[in-house]
Ligand binder design. Structure first.
Ligand code: SF4
Length: 259
């Protein structure tokens, strides 16, 4: 698997966020231990040592979790730490808002952090797909805003209704879904997307969406692997958006092992 320059940049940004977040949490735990030390001495021994044990165990959990995450980001695969995948799942579900807040402290926009998050996620997903059991059931999950805004055809429940006029990328997406034997669905929002995932039971989702929908989709569906691609919005959000179909085909080629 090739690692591109932007992948490296995204990994470095994410690594920096992981290290900074870990240091901030450890500094907080240390101050929570040091500041009330005098007060703690006035407490009964049992209470004092219970508090110390809780702070110490939390600190150890933070060190193990964030070291494991750093390994995942550097190597692009799960670390040898037991429960690495479980720790990664927790991090994906719950730590992103913390990384966004820490990113703000060092001048990174929310979008930059989301791009770094999706970039690292994609490396992991590709590694998982290429080195484990290759996924058979792949779902291409597209946002409704890719459809030409004046197209009269309803494609949200049956994308095959598309007349393939070529005014939007839905035609090309239908062609590659047929070529690679994948399901193709169009969703108007998160609730419909979740229903599609339940109905199609994919082993891998290749999803196109904006930063907000893509990151929340990856968080919602983890541990189900989602390879994320951001849509382009030359006409503003949610209106005649675009996606590089060649990028989607390149991923499918790699996963399906077709040269
Ligand atoms: S390609 Fe399909 S969805 Fe797009 S405008 Fe033409 S008929 Fe409508």
């Amino acid at each position: 698997m090739q690692v591109h320059v932007s992948d490296k940049k995204e990994s470095l940004v994410f690594l920096l966020l992981i290290v900074l977040t870990a240091l901030l949490i450890l500094a907080f735990l240390l101050s929570a231990y040091l500041i009330p030390m005098k007060g703690l001495n006035a407490l009964p021994h049992f209470v004092k040592w219970t508090l110390v044990a809780i702070l110490g165990l939390t600190g150890m959990f933070v060190i193990i979790t964030f070291s494991s995450l750093s390994w995942v980001v550097i190597a692009g695969r799960d670390s040898p730490v037991p429960f690495s995948r479980f720790l990664r799942t927790i991090a994906i579900r719950y730590f992103l808002p913390i990384f966004i807040a820490v990113g703000k402290l060092i001048g990174l926009s929310k979008q930059q952090v989301q791009h770094a998050f999706v970039g690292v996620n994609n490396r992991l997903v590709l590694h998982q797909c290429l080195n484990g059991k290759r996924p058979e059931r792949i779902l291409l999950l597209m946002p409704h805003c890719l459809q030409y805004s004046e197209c009269p055809v309803k494609i949200t429940y049956r994308v095959e209704n598309c007349k393939r006029c070529g005014k939007c990328v839905i035609k090309d997406l239908l062609e590659i879904s047929e070529k690679y034997g994948t399901a193709l669905r169009v969703a108007t929002g998160g609730t419909i997307a979740r229903r599609i995932v339940i109905e199609t039971k994919p082993e891998l989702i290749i999803a196109v969406a904006c930063e907000r929908d893509l990151t929340s989709g990856i968080q919602d569906t983890t541990p189900l692997p989602v390879y994320g691609i951001f849509n382009r919005r030359p006409h503003g959000p949610c209106f005649n958006t675009q996606v590089d179909v060649k990028e989607i085909e390149a991923i499918l080629k790699e996963i399906r092992g077709k040269g």
